[in-house]
Write a protein that binds this ligand. Sequence first.
Ligand SMILES: *Cc1c(COP(=O)(O)O)cnc(C)c1O
Length: 749
Amino acid sequence: MERTEFINQLKGLDTDGKTTIDLYNEISSLAMNYGLSGAKEPADRNAYYLSMEFLIGRSFFNNLLELGVLEETRNILAQKGIDINVFEEIEDAALGNGGLGRLAACFLDSAAGLGLPLQGYGIRYKYGLFKQAIVNGFQVELPDDWQRFGDPWSQRKEEEKRTVKFADMTVTAVPYDVPVFGKRVNVLRLWQAEGNADAEKISEYLYPADDTEEGKLLRLRQEYFFSAAAVGELVEKHVKKFGKRFDNFALYDAIQLNDTHPVLAIAELIKILTADYKVRFSAAIQIAKETFSYTNHTVMPEALECWSADLIKKILPDIYALLMKLYSKQKKELKKLHCTRGEISEMAIYSPKKFSMANLAVFIGNTVNGVAKLHTKILKNDLFKTAYKYYPEKFQNKTNGITQRRWLMLCNRELSELIDKTIGAEWRSDISKLSGLNSHIERVADEFIKIKAEKKRQLFEYIEQHEGIKIPDHFIVYAQVKRLHEYKRQLMTAFAILEIYKGLKDGTIKNFYPSVFIFGAKSAPSYKRAKAIIKFINEIAGKVNADEEMNGLLKVVFVQNYNVSYAEKIVAGTDASLQVSTAGLEASGTGNMKFMMNGAVTCGTMDGANIEIVELAGRENNYIFGAEVDEIERLKSEGYDPCALLKTNALHNYAVSSLIDGTFPDGDTGCFKELYDALTVGASWHKPDHYFVLHDLEGFVKALLKINADYQDRTVFALKQLKNTANSAYFSSDRTIEEYSSCIWKLKK
Ligand SMILES: *Cc1c(COP(=O)(O)O)cnc(C)c1O
């Protein structure tokens, strides 16, 4: 279909009396037809991205942008008296929790944009990540029935359904294909589980814990379900094309395992090859080794998946038998390499009663990669140090990225147009050109300041509508938006705000430029301490916002239901991006990159990709504080006493005591006391202040106040912000995907 035909159909669309949802479905279908008509033959060699999560967000605007018809659609609808923004009523497809799922979506976007054949495989959850409301300061979870708007961006492929067998049930896996538009049209294939009620449960809910194990049996079924459906299909396609020879399998198929969730795909491939096609065990292992690669996303011990051997034996006896056999093979291989017994048990895929998914992925994986320089270094020197000793060639770094199409062009049209005007529009198809902006920043600073003000105004308007809090236009915006987790240290930001509040009240902080702190975060429903932190922040917000002395000086907002669409607004309207994880614990972060690209300075620790951000944009243009990894290590080994800090630092004591001195009510849950105890005496297996909140707090407050002081020369501060935008090309997922493609997948354009 020609572009003009799409435009004509759109012009001819009868919009009278139709609801927004009707129009959404009709326009989306037109665009689908147009987009799919541009699809080419499938490539010979493809890479497949297996991921439990794809945090897509809204497809409507993004797909129209990718198809190059967004502006015309906007205009045509305007002529019909429809503001295209009404489609913001359509809620996000949130088939993911946070960074890991959003990364998967950015990767698909970039591969299609670059013309690289990368296909996605995942699960079509009936309910995505819960919708969050804040009631009395507490998080309340509501089901996310995203399909109630219709799902015009996917096509059910009835004839390509498959069966996935468990010992106790057989499940039908029905594919829904979501096209990913760009230079190529790629496909995200999401499997829906069908059959009896138990079978359907498998694709009913996205697990809301992104870093802890939960609901083990169902979670195991989910992981096996989509992995087995994907691998089964790939083998079948291969056999159709080449007959029953598999020595060339890895020439055509590269499979990337996004974290350990799809790692059972390894066992499934070996199982199918040996059982159904009589490939020798060692040959099947070799094929798997050439096919799979593994991306690690976290070094937090509680997030490294292990599956109970009994559980696997019970519902997947063939996989259990195969894994045990593979374990014997592994031991032989490691003995040949002269590993010690200790080393073998460190790397073993099986240790009494459980299988380690990470060890399996590292053993079979053709490559193993971390997602930022520091993270990869930690993988090599710490988490997988023994494997690195014996298989150094496997290890690679692939620093994460974000797609500039959604995270700049779409969410910040105004800044994008300024860039066009300044350096030409080539950066839109070749992001490396963005660095050209460096030589013009003085010239465009004034216009940048106007644009930032406009994006702030838009954000504040949205916040007023949705949260009922009015923020004056000139306020500095500090934002911390991301999943709620202790290691991300939203609690430290809460304390910092309290200290600033106190300083403003008692006059020790002078010349403070009016500021708002914006938080957005969902907590896993079962993560009590994270939920307590949400409540605490909301209590602080309530107190500060109600204090008349603070009126016009300080505001705190916790936005409800932080998701991709909210993120699009927040990243564009922020001045300072808070990225304050305990050094060594945030593998990369991608939120940090979105903010940087939109011209926010980073106020953060030397962790994850912050290090690379600062390297590229200049430390002088960002605000770095806090312990670095070696210091954290030293504190851990030499001992760290947060209570001593509380005794000597009255401000810290004021902030932390507010948890227990009756300043803030916790609804009689005891949850604030529990937070206090975790900081001062330790809780469960953690030492007191396991995440070094109090250690880094003083430096953090100083950094926040430095930003506040620097901002008062608006031009000088804008130059810092622009330096961040101008040097953000490296954090485009186009760069990341080019690297995956050339170093791991070896794809052709
Ligand atoms: C980018 C993004 C994330 C990841 O944020 P981090 O700060 O890297 O943890 C999480 N959720 C949403 C909705 C995002 O868009």
